[in-house]
Write a protein that binds this ligand. Structure first.
Ligand code: FEO
Length: 615
């Protein structure tokens, strides 16, 4: 039975998903499948944009027949002749004997090459910039040679401002029932495959993609319909920006891709040590075992990262087989503009370092670091300095301000109170236990994906629960919040108390965790994607899984809390020599507050204490 989706009033998607193909083009693994898109437009004349792979031919013809609903097909536009889009073309011509094949001369030649027959009068030949009207819609043809084959052309529907973009802006990954990128987490879930698709399928043709982008930038596009993957109707500027980066071979991220080929684990050990030291130096690392990871992933990572380190054993006086294949693949995909280093291994005649460098020597604008490392069978502790030197050499080429010997001044805790912290109830659930604590550090750090960070004291049980479960809720407190709520969640430990016992203003969100419902203006449910230890606190970065506004009341700030909610110390208490915890009101008696002092009530450090006479 047919399976179609409406793109808009006139355009219907008549393609399909293929989850059985193991290797796309016989070489690229596609564990999440792939879609072959085709678009049918009903106007005074009917027009189809590309056919599909043989694998989904049955449903495709059912789709076309269903949408046409008895009408004849007037045109099929062949934007790209690769068989994943054209294998069913001749079958279509048999089904619809009156259909005209809209194509360019190169396409017509390829049709004859693939099918062994001349379509003759059935060809409707177009040139760059030509237009075709089907009644309400007027289509303009925009040639995009070598994106991905020489005959490729895009088509711009001037009426609905839709760009039919052939392979461009496509991705691996089946559609799974969705059609539009904004119906799914495209930039989170599909982007790794979109990058892998671009780098491996089109990556070689950067200059040609740049030319096509230039033409596209002159069009007022409302929607992009590629031949693979979802349709883009919102926020696609950032996808176009990715294409600008990839096609100019500009790294997307500063960091190091380490690809290693190891026979008995010794080269892998050196690569791992390098990764750890780079990470310690604050440098992002992605690692690949070239004997295990598909080459397409490594090519994709090389397009993403600014620095590449290749570590390989010497084998038959050459580079170990799998590394040689990967390097050849990178050369064929035109990798350039990268900083590169090598680690070579060899028990009696190490040579892989020079050979790997020779393989990449012809690539444009490559910077080869001199701090290469030679391993004789296994890395020795005596080579620790060499490893550090490589880390330093990489670090020195990563552009960031050098922070050395910054003159220091006094650190006044009160200065930190000028930061406009809010106050929040952080809740977590582990097993059957619900728990929560007060935090003052919630910050949105990106809008796509919607991502926040929180910093949580390692002394709190909630911290440990979030660390172990990776899930938490944030209830945003308002100025109407009462001190007893802060006492309940902030001034006692979940290790000693059940904080939700007899606490009525709370509900469970979709993730099953509690959140506070009274004197709270928003709920955010989150899934942790990273947790980094920063001493007294852990910084959690997390993606939103749910967010809702609960009231229009103003959010409470830490400053408002200190001035209006927290009970003030009595005048008598103020006369004592001591320090006041501005979070919970605890008073430390004594002239000097020990620098490592932790408030015994709320577990905050010295940064939240002020001298009593200034409270
Ligand atoms: Fe999706 Fe170049 O074919």
């Amino acid at each position: 039975m047919y399976c179609t989706r409406k793109v808009n009033e006139d355009i219907t998607w008549v393609g399909g998903d293929d989850r059985r193909l193991v290797l796309f083009e016989g070489v690229y693994s596609i564990p999440d499948g792939v879609s072959y898109n085709s678009y049918l437009i009903l106007d005074e004349k009917t027009i189809l944009f590309d056919t599909v792979d043989k694998a989904i031919g049955k449903v495709f013809f059912e789709n076309v027949e269903h949408v046409l609903s008895g009408r004849k097909l007037d045109y099929v536009v062949v934007q790209h002749m690769e068989p994943d889009h054209s294998a069913t073309l001749m079958d279509l011509l048999c089904h619809y004997p009156e259909v005209k094949v809209v194509c360019n001369q190169k396409t017509k030649t390829m049709i004859e090459q693939f099918f062994g027959e001349d379509i003759g009068e059935r060809a409707y030949l177009v040139k760059e910039g030509d237009t075709l009207s089907t009644g309400k819609h007027e289509f303009q043809f925009v040639f995009a040679p070598m994106v991905h084959w020489p005959e490729v052309m895009f088509t711009f529907d001037k009426t609905d401002r839709v760009l039919f973009s052939a392979d461009a802006f496509g991705t691996f990954g089946a559609l799974n029932g969705s059609l539009f990128a904004d119906e799914i987490d495209f930039y989170g879930e599909y982007m790794p495959d979109a990058r892998r698709y671009y780098a491996n399928i089109i990556g070689k043709y950067g200059p040609q993609v740049q030319s096509a982008l230039k033409k596209v930038s002159a069009l007022d596009i409302a929607m992009i319909c590629p031949l693979h993957g979802p349709v883009h109707r919102r926020d696609f500027d950032k996808y176009i920006e990715k294409y600008r980066l990839w096609s100019s071979y500009t790294p997307e991220e500063t960091g190091v891709m380490i690809a290693y080929a190891s026979i008995y684990g010794n080269t892998a050990n050196a690569a791992q040590i390098l990764a750890c030291r780079l990470f310690d130096a604050g440098i992002k690392v992605r690692m690949f075992d070239v004997s295990v990871d598909p080459a397409s992933k490594i090519v994709s990572a090389a397009f993403r990262m600014s620095h590449l380190v290749f570590a390989a054993s010497t084998y038959n006086a050459g580079v170990f087989i799998t590394m040689e294949e990967v390097l050849r693949d990178l050369v064929l995909h035109n990798i350039q503009n990268r900083t590169v280093a090598f680690i070579e291994n060899g028990t009696w005649a190490p040579a892989s370092g020079k050979l790997m460098r020779d393989m990449l020597a012809g690539q444009k604008n490559m910077t080869f670091l001199e701090s290469a490392i030679t391993i004789r069978s296994s890395l020795k502790e005596s080579q620790s300095d060499e490893m550090d030197a490589l880390v330093s050499a990489i670090s020195a080429t990563i552009s960031r301000p050098e922070i050395v010997d910054v003159p220091k001044g006094e650190i006044e805790p009160a200065a930190l109170f000028t930061i406009s912290y809010g106050l929040f109830v952080l809740t977590a659930r582990e097993g059957e236990k619900d728990n929560g604590s007060i935090i003052n550090t919630v910050t949105q750090i990106s809008s796509a994906p919607k991502r926040i960070s929180i910093s949580v004291s390692k002394g709190s049980l909630t911290h440990d629960m979030v660390l172990r479960t990776g899930v938490f809720n944030i209830s945003v407190l308002t100025e109407a919040s009462k001190f007893d709520l802060y006492e309940r969640f902030g001034l006692q430990s979940g290790r000693d108390a059940e904080k939700f016992e007899d606490f009525l203003p709370c509900e469970r969100s979709a993730n099953g965790l509690m959140y506070v419902t009274e004197n709270v203006n928003a709920l955010m449910s989150c899934k942790v994607i990273s947790a980094v230890d920063y001493g007294s606190h852990t910084l959690f970065v997390a993606d939103l899984t749910e967010a809702k506004k609960l009231s229009g009341e103003p959010s409470v700030t830490y400053d408002y809390y200190r001035k209006n909610i927290k009970p003030r110390p009595s005048e008598k208490a103020k006369k004592k020599k001591g320090w006041l915890c501005t979070v919970c009101g605890y008073i430390y008696e004594g002239e000097v507050l020990p620098p490592d002092f932790i408030c015994p009530i709320c577990k905050h450090g010295v940064e939240v204490f002020v001298p009593l006479d200034q409270a």
